[in-house]
Ligand binder design. Structure first.
Ligand code: NIG
Ligand code: FE
Length: 418
């Protein structure tokens, strides 16, 4: 199928020479083209430009079955890339949400065996088919909000069998969904109760029992550890990242959400693709990130939902760092995968400019998923995952007019999604 989108009010996030990521002062720059067209052939962006330069007749003669979409008054964006989610989960956890409203902290809930362990218990009772069905519904929901690529973690399994089950579900989702999906093995998400007196033993299980099977079935693109106070230590994290490297599986880790845990530095030491959360980021952490290939990724949904302090993104960008923003979609700390809401939170709570928030949810999250050569911007040769907005006055309106869906038409792999 070939598609010509014409009369685009503004084509957002265009690139002539695609970059892997944007950082520092560049983050406030967003290239756009007004009164534009976009051409898609065989699932790939094959051209774009000003309507003044469009020779429609020539295109209609040279391209068979060209579908034309008139986008008068509407904008076209590259699809959002959501580089951090836990969207395969067995059930919602609104009871803990009430506990939180009444004053219990995330750590207190976890200590009582709630939180992640609560999901792990239900996960063990769920079938692969049930999980595929409920996760597909969530994927279809985020597609409607403009997401075109998503990373999904395991980590509600916490036993060999159950972790493999989750990863097999993600593998099936890759086959069933039009979204671009990457999977991450997060065996070290929480310490099961039976290992609480000797957590090293559980790390041994992750490394010696789970990981070889995960690698053998080719179930994970990345490996993750929740490196934080009350969860896994720097030593645990380094052991797991090192084990991952033996299988050529790079890290993408949960770090510095609850404390200056050393997680950021541990991730960088093992060349993690990203370190995520980062509420506790100071000068030392910024310095370490500056000398790395690791994408600092902020999860506004979790900070908002748990009432945590906000990652110092302005200081990070002023120091020259890139910043990525993902949803962290999960039942315990961020029950939404709506990336439009994430850019609104970024602007309102983190005082990011709309341009910075858009860069952080497209090209930089694409980097954090290892796919910025294929997605994250409008560039010739990239995969045609884009969305057409409803009629909106400016691109700044996207974060400003929060709470409603401004995505009207979704195109994934060059196909219009109903
Ligand atoms: O990224 N911080 C660790 N893990 C998840 C929460 C998972 C849960 O509570 O179910 C997060 O916020
Ligand atoms: Fe997470």
């Amino acid at each position: 199928m070939s598609i010509l989108i014409e009369n685009i009010k503004e084509l957002v996030q265009i690139e002539d020479e695609p970059k892997r990521l944007v950082k520092g002062a560049e983050m406030s720059k967003l290239r756009t083209l007004k009164n534009a067209f976009l051409l898609i052939e065989d699932g790939i962006i094959s051209g774009f430009g000003s309507m003044d330069d469009l020779n429609k007749l020539e295109l209609q003669n040279s391209i068979e079955n060209l579908t034309t979409i008139d986008s008068t008054g509407k904008m076209v964006f590259p699809s959002f890339v959501d580089s951090h989610t836990h969207l395969v989960y067995p059930a919602s956890r609104e009871i803990e949400y009430i506990d939180k409203i009444k004053g219990l902290s995330y750590e207190e809930i976890a200590k009582r065996g709630g939180g992640i362990l609560n999901s792990a218990k239900l996960m063990q009772e769920s079938t692969e088919d049930e999980l595929v069905e409920s996760s597909l519904a969530r994927l279809n929901e985020i597609i409607k909000y403009g997401t075109g690529a998503v990373e999904i973690k395991s980590g509600y399994g916490l036993t060999v069998e159950s972790e493999l089950k989750m990863l097999r579900v993600i593998k099936r989702l890759k086959e069933l969904s039009p979204l671009t999906i990457k999977s991450t093995f997060l065996g070290a998400h929480s310490i099961p109760l039976e290992y609480r007196s000797d957590q090293t033993k559980y790390v041994d299980v992750v490394i010696n029992e789970m990981l070889p099977l995960v690698a053998d079935e080719n179930l994970a693109d990345y490996i993750d550890v929740f490196c934080d106070t009350g969860f896994f230590t720097v030593e645990d994290t380094e052991r797991i990242l090192e084990a991952g490297m033996k299988y050529n599986i790079r890290g993408k880790i949960h770090a510095n959400e609850l404390d200056y845990s050393g997680g950021i530095q541990a991730g960088i030491k093992y060349n993690a693709l990203s370190v995520d959360h980062l509420e506790f980021t100071g000068e030392k952490e910024i310095e370490a990130l500056l000398n790395s290939e690791t994408m600092p990724t902020v999860l506004p949904g979790a900070a908002f939902f748990l009432g945590m302090k906000y990652t110092p993104v302005r200081e990070m960008m002023d120091a020259g760092l890139p910043v990525a923003l993902a949803s962290d979609f999960n039942p315990g700390s961020s029950p939404s995968g709506n990336m439009q809401l994430i850019i609104s939170m970024a602007c309102i709570l983190y005082k990011m400019l709309p341009e910075e928030a858009i860069n952080a949810t497209t090209i930089n999250t694409a980097y954090a998923m290892g796919i910025s050569d294929k997605l994250g911007s409008i560039a010739i040769g990239k995969k045609a995952n884009v969305f057409i907005t409803s009629e909106i006055p400016t691109y700044e309106y996207m974060p400003y007019y929060y709470g409603t869906n401004k995505v009207e038409t979704v195109i994934l792999n060059g196909e219009i999604i109903d």
